[in-house]
Write a protein that binds this ligand. Structure first.
Ligand code: MOS
Length: 700
């Protein structure tokens, strides 16, 4: 039996680990069901225009094809739904790759062949799909995600900047990034007894249930969405995507369960992506590198369907002190799929620009980059003037420098050689908001002496189920093998999506409160007697979380990277990445480390590999699989270390901050800064690839 209490903070393997490695864990399209049919999506081949004719006769004649859903034949959806989800309702095409038909068949092969046979004629219109600084459609959104002011200003940036001894004004560019979770976006839908049942690959089924209920005009009780196991999401499954909607439409049409899984290629666009971004950063400082003025201007894109306003410059509002400051966001409305969430939306690309600029300032002032960050550290939020709940950035910087061996660093760029390799080191800071959303949870004392915790949290591969089990075991004070956690089902008490690094903090609090309440009843009213069968305590922490202190609350971190660049070929290797983080109370060190190094790996990938290459002529990405769109693989990742510092923070009752995203924040900048230190070349456009370096390196 496991220890009765104190499992929080102890390394724990995933409670569903055995199911996952034995294949017993089932994902969205892996549940067997009699009479299952298969869907295959047909995508538009023009970037903008109108379907003038869809001919499905040949497809319908194909053996095994059951139905071809088009804007003319698909079930009607409630027109008040999000334009993104009103699929197959009208003939307009808003981007190349938009799903314009769905073929449903007895087998996947027949559905695929049917899809090939659907003939579509379009009236095409001129399109614009490439983001530029002066794009004619640029506008100022009312807010940026999730609800931040678009622009902020404190002091007088222009005069503060003009008066500064050292001034830096640079522009940084990042391309489109595509989420590539192992499990693609997929759903199985089934209508039975007037109820719609969907198994979805989603970060939060409470919202999916709500969207489906509204689109199909069904009462809440008539829709159930489950996501028992999810093979990654990174934000791309954080809002309702096309898959559950199309699967539900198809299942209604053919009167059978329908499975729909997008192909790897179909993920590049229809599910969302991180917008390309153009960022201008201006820093004004004294000769010792103390900032007087910071300005961060970000330009990104949205679509013609809905607005998505990436909060790129928001981190600059809180990271460093400076009396004069400004941040702005502008959006271009393009004929592209709507951008969406991708791990640390805003902070991730924003930190690439800000932390590269800080490195450039360090060089300009002749100040060590770690020392530069320490000099500009602040106890109060620099825009609000209010103290942070906790701010252990300096501890991360110092401990990271110590563990990495930063003190031995020669500041001069481009001077160290190890045979053919130019060797350099770089660093960057990280910041990510620590939020605690409200949730509902229920703790049940089962008649057999076990306990069940019920909450519609989702484990997208992070270890959420295990962390919640740890919280429950400690609050109930019973042996761990008597506690089971049920998650991933919209019939459970509703909870927020797995997103924004909020799961362990928000769901954890609700689970803690429910278990605490049950424990109190068992120790009070039912002390010494058997509780009634199924005694349950249900809590809603909304009131408690809205009443939490409003002081600025963030996780912090510091990245340290060694980069090596081949002097002849320009090949870049990163033999070592090290991060130290202040992330509040760590519930499960095993899965916490995985989250942090996973984020860092994604940052490495962003710095050196990932790039959605869009061809303006046809308005779509030319690389749309893992052969053309490179992500870091094991061979790219060498030594990867993640640590955390003590970070007492009572900004929520459990002291938990969350760590799903902070690992990616700043990591790409640290790589770029290390490449600069190795080569003396400053690359401000990601990814950094050998063709950018090869002609400019000193000859070997
Ligand atoms: Mo994450 S991008 O907040 O799901």
């Amino acid at each position: 039996m496991s220890a009765p209490a104190g499992v929080i903070g102890r390394p724990q393997p995933r409670v569903e680990g055995r199911d996952k490695v034995t294949g017993a864990a089932r994902y969205a399209v892996e549940h067997p069901a009699d009479g299952t049919a298969y869907g295959w999506a047909v995508q538009a081949t023009v970037a903008k225009g109108r379907i003038v004719r869809i001919d499905a006769t040949e497809a319908e004649r194909e053996s095994g094809v059951l139905a071809v859903l088009t804007f003319e034949t698909a079930p009607r959806l409630n027109p008040t739904g999000s334009p993104e989800l009103l699929l197959l309702q009208q003939p307009r095409v808003r981007y190349r790759g938009e799903i314009v038909a769905l073929v449903v068949a007895e087998s996947l092969e027949a559905a695929r062949e049917g899809a090939r046979l659907v003939r579509i004629d379009y009236d095409t219109e001129p399109h614009s799909s490439v983001l530029t600084e002066r794009h004619p459609s640029l506008y100022t959104p009312e807010r940026v995600n999730p609800a931040y002011p678009t622009d902020t200003s404190v002091g007088d940036f222009d005069s503060g900047y003009q008066a500064a001894e050292v001034r830096l004004d640079q522009t940084y560019r990042t391309p489109a990034y595509h989420n590539n979770p192992m499990e693609p976006h997929a759903a199985t839908a089934h209508w039975a007894d007037g109820r719609l049942l969907v198994r979805d690959s989603s970060q939060g089924t409470t919202d999916v249930r709500g969207d489906l209920g509204s689109l199909f005009e069904l009462p809440t009780g008539a829709v159930r969405v489950t996501a028992e196991h999810v093979g990654g999401g990174f934000g791309s499954k954080g809002t309702t995507r096309c898959t559950p909607v199309l699967a539900a439409m198809a299942a209604r049409q053919v009167g059978r369960p329908v499975r729909l899984a997008l192909t790897r290629q179909q993920l590049f666009g229809p599910i969302g992506y991180r917008t390309p971004i153009i960022q201008r950063v201006r820093l004004g400082a004294d000769a010792d590198g103390r900032l007087a003025a910071i300005c961060h201007d970000a330009i990104s894109q949205t679509s013609t369907s809905i607005e998505f306003a990436e909060q790129t410059a928001v981190l600059t509002r809180a990271l460093y002190a400076a009396p004069h400051r400004r941040t702005t966001h502008r959006l271009a409305r393009l004929d592209v799929p709507t951008p969406s969430w991708m791990r640390a939306p805003g902070e991730c690309p924003g930190s690439f620009a800000l932390e590269c600029a800080m490195d450039e300032l360090a060089v300009a002032c002749g100040v060590d980059p770690v020392e530069l960050r320490l000099r500009n550290d602040t106890d109060v939020d620099p825009e609000e003037g209010v103290p942070f709940t906790s701010r252990n950035l300096a501890a991360c910087l110092r401990e990271g420098a110590e563990r990495f061996g930063w003190a031995r660093r020669d500041p001069a760029p481009g001077v160290r050689r190890d045979g053919r390799w130019l060797v350099g080191t770089g660093m960057a800071s990280a910041i990510y908001p620590a939020r605690t959303p409200g949730a509902t949870a229920e703790a049940v004392a089962e008649p057999d002496g076990t306990y069940r915790v019920r909450i519609n949290a989702t484990d997208i591969g992070t270890g959420a189920r295990t962390a919640l089990w740890q919280v429950a075991v400690d609050a109930l004070g019973v042996p761990g093998d008597r506690v089971a956690v049920s998650i991933g089902d919209s019939d459970l008490p509703p909870a927020y999506v797995a997103g924004g690094s909020m799961g362990t903090a928000g769901w954890g609090l609700a689970v803690h409160r429910a278990c605490e309440g049950l424990r109190r009843q068992l120790d009070g009213e039912y002390a010494g007697s058997a509780p009634p069968d199924g005694l349950a305590v249900r809590v809603d922490t909304m009131e408690e979380t809205t009443a939490l202190p409003t002081a600025p609350r963030y996780s912090f971190g510091a990245h340290f990277v060694e980069a090596r660049v081949d002097v002849d070929s320009g090949e870049i290797r990163v033999p070592r990445m090290l991060g130290v983080f202040a992330v509040g109370r760590v519930v499960n060190p095993t899965t916490a480390r995985s989250q942090l190094i996973g984020g860092m790996t994604m940052g490495l990938s962003m710095a050196l590999h990932e790039e959605g290459v869009l061809d303006q002529r046809f308005g779509d990405w030319v690389n749309r699989d893992l052969a053309g769109y490179h992500v870091s693989v094991c061979a790219d990742v060498e030594t990867m270390e993640a640590y955390w510092v003590p970070d007492e923070d009572r900004g929520n009752p459990l002291g938990i901050k969350g760590m799903g995203e902070i690992g990616i924040v700043g990591s790409a900048a640290a790589v770029a800064n290390a490449v600069h230190h190795a080569t003396g070349l400053r690359l401000r456009t990601l990814p950094i690839q050998l063709d950018e370096l090869v002609d400019r390196l000193p000859t070997g």
